[in-house]
Design a protein around this ligand. Structure first.
Ligand code: ATP
Ligand code: MG
Length: 586
């Protein structure tokens, strides 16, 4: 587990520092917006020392794995006097939607990153580059670097060869450029059905790297695009669109996950051809791979997350059990905790798994100092103080935060009938049990010391109320309090004053640490007890909250206020328990 590796000093930083020292990118010019070489040629030197980008495809909500990439790319730009672009990689017309674009914009800002200032607004869409990409493709055809292939998709697949066998040249590979260009124009103009022709790079059918065996650059798609509508019926492949988008945007360091390592020769080849043809600003961007985040008990495939949503295994993208950033936010995760987590896990060059508790600990470490304390009783059991007068109440005082006196105090009433946790009472105490049992004394935290005198049972034998007497001179904060030595302290709420609340406790969504590894059926690993809904009580100070307010409920963990449920009572989601325990239940 790569838990302590600091973000500083990773190999990405080393590469960037080398480039800065060598002045690799010092000569770049920047027209203030993306464009091909001529657009930048007479512009000012680029004020950004480096440019990185975060390039999501708008086909789903961002998850914790994306957060690693966001923090990395925006973090590098920030630390080295650079800029990071938010670029939507929206070149596949069939899977993308505006809803996702809006959600991604919002959540990257929520994470604390910004791409716009008074000088530049670096929010881009790869689909805005379609004209340039198309023109570059015509250039590649004319220069002999690309051709229209009219084999069937099946023939193309077969002729690509395998890991052990070289591919076979297409019979159309030596088609004259003029003919390819004509066909490509007709592809663009909608003359052909999908699959009739494709545009391929002309590289090397015998390359040991299959990505270099004349990869497809463009295919026909008669599909409506969420931004360009039906203007296009040819769409570029990722391997074509991505390097070009990087170069148009003056990206210096194009950071991506390891599965693209084998695509790097193609990235470089394409940019080199377009660069020598005078199409792209020099020097060209470089692709650098890093290990994606794998988190135990978590799925980070957008397709599978979509399946969880569509099949109703969760209540939507923002279900607090989802590893999406909107889900984590509803769970109570702060942007700071997610950034802290990303710093702690660092960046490595080979794949590894991060243990889920590392994420939880980052949240605890962020909330410990700033979450106000409050009391909630999650499994209420009535406690009657028989020697306290009916109808009377008095005020108890507790700190908002035990280590931060400057945050002040809070007050709540004490009265004859209280709520305590059901498991803070037993008739039959096991060894080492210091809470309530007949004859034992405990302190009601911030209140009196009491002595248990017995309990009431219903016909079925269940304990329905506990009885006690109190010591009137033992109240916390009074002079007499110190004279009482008791080993147990329990939390409580005045039954007449406590606020009813719905509390949701979460456990992992999957019981398998690697739910989708090796093609496993991840649905079979769903945890049937990943959510428990409790009818609870919270202290009366929590009567005017805003969604997103966070608390530490004493002894229960950190919770976030998630609005009111239809009956009008507050809903609180447990974000994380106080300590790491495999099953986060009390
Ligand atoms: P898809 O299967 O839809 O391509 P994706 O997870 O790759 O899913 P993208 O929108 O392409 O989604 O990802 C945007 C960026 O986030 C990419 O640069 C990708 O490398 C990075 N990214 C995605 N998942 C992870 C992860 N688990 N860890 C780190 N980075 C990730
Ligand atoms: Mg992707």
């Amino acid at each position: 587990m790569n838990q302590t590796a600091p973000a500083a000093g990773n190999f990405l930083r080393a590469r960037i520092e080398d480039d800065l020292a060598a002045g690799t990118y010092a000569s770049r010019r920047w027209a203030g917006r993306p464009g091909p070489a001529p657009a930048h040629a007479h512009a000012e030197p680029d004020p950004a020392r480096i440019r990185t980008r975060f390039p999501p495809e708008p086909n789903g909500y961002l998850h914790i794995g994306h957060a690693k990439s966001v923090c990395l790319n925006f973090g590098l730009a920030r630390d080295y006097g650079g800029r990071c672009h938010l670029r939507f990689d929206d070149t596949n017309p069939t899977r993308e939607e505006q809803e996702y674009v809006d959600a991604i914009v919002e959540v990257v800002r929520w994470l604390g990153f910004e791409w716009a200032d008074e000088r530049e607004d670096n929010l881009y869409f790869a689909s805005d580059y379609f004209e340039w990409m198309y023109a570059f493709a015509e250039y590649l055809i004319e220069a002999g670097h690309a051709y229209v292939d009219s084999q069937t998709p099946e023939q193309i697949r077969v002729n690509r060869g395998s890991l052990t066998e070289p591919g076979a040249d297409s019979p159309f590979r030596n088609r004259p450029p003029a003919e390819s260009r004509e066909l490509f124009r007709r592809m663009r103009d909608g003359a052909f059905a999908e699959g009739e022709h494709v545009l391929r790079a002309r590289i090397d059918m015998a390359s040991p790297n299959i990505n270099m065996r004349d990869p497809v650059l463009y295919r026909v798609r008669h599909a409506e695009h969420h931004r360009t509508g039906d203007r296009w019926c040819v769409y570029p492949m990722y391997d074509y669109a991505h390097p070009i988008s990087d170069a148009l945007e003056n990206i210096t360091h194009s950071v991506c996950t390891l599965e693209f390592e084998d695509h790097r020769p193609l990235y470089d080849w394409l940019l080199a051809r377009l660069g020598e043809g005078g199409r792209l600003n020099m020097p060209l961007p470089q692709q650098i791979e890093f290990a994606r985040l794998n988190l135990t008990y978590v799925i980070t495939s957008k397709r599978r997350l979509l399946q969880l949503v569509q099949e109703g295994h969760v209540d939507g993208w923002d279900d607090p059990r989802m590893p999406t950033l909107v889900g984590l936010s509803r769970r109570g995760y702060t942007p700071e905790s997610i950034r802290l987590f990303c710093d702690r896990i660092g960046v490595a060059k080979s794949d590894s798994w991060i243990e889920y508790p590392v994420l939880e600990q980052a949240l605890r470490d962020d909330l410990e100092a700033r979450a106000p304390r409050a009391i909630a009783v999650l499994s209420p059991l009535r406690l009657i103080i028989d020697d306290y007068p009916e109808g009377r109440s008095e005020t108890c005082t507790a700190p908002v935060h035990p280590q931060r006196p400057e945050l002040g105090t809070r007050t709540f009433p004490f009265s004859r009938e209280l709520w305590i946790e059901a498991d803070d009472f037993t008739e039959d105490p096991p060894k080492g049990y210091f809470r309530l049992y007949p004859g034992n004394r405990v302190r009601l935290r911030y209140g009196f010391v009491i002595e248990c005198t017995g309990c009431d049972r219903d016909a079925a034998g269940n304990v329905v109320a506990v009885h006690a007497r109190h010591f009137a001179d033992s109240k916390s904060g009074t002079e007499g309090a110190a004279a009482y030595k008791v080993r147990g302290a329990i939390h409580w709420l005045s039954a007449a004053h406590a606020l009813a609340a719905e509390v949701r406790l979460y456990d992992r969504l999957f019981v398998d640490p690697m739910p989708d590894a090796g093609g496993k059926d991840f649905l079979a690993a769903l945890n049937p007890e990943s959510e428990r809904v409790l009818g609870a009580f919270v202290e009366p100070t929590l009567d005017a909250l805003e969604r997103g307010d966070r608390f530490q409920f004493e002894s229960h963990g950190y919770f976030v206020f998630d609005g009111t449920v239809p009956t009008g009572i507050g809903r609180f989601n447990r974000s994380v328990t106080l300590r790491d325990s495999f099953s986060p239940r009390r």
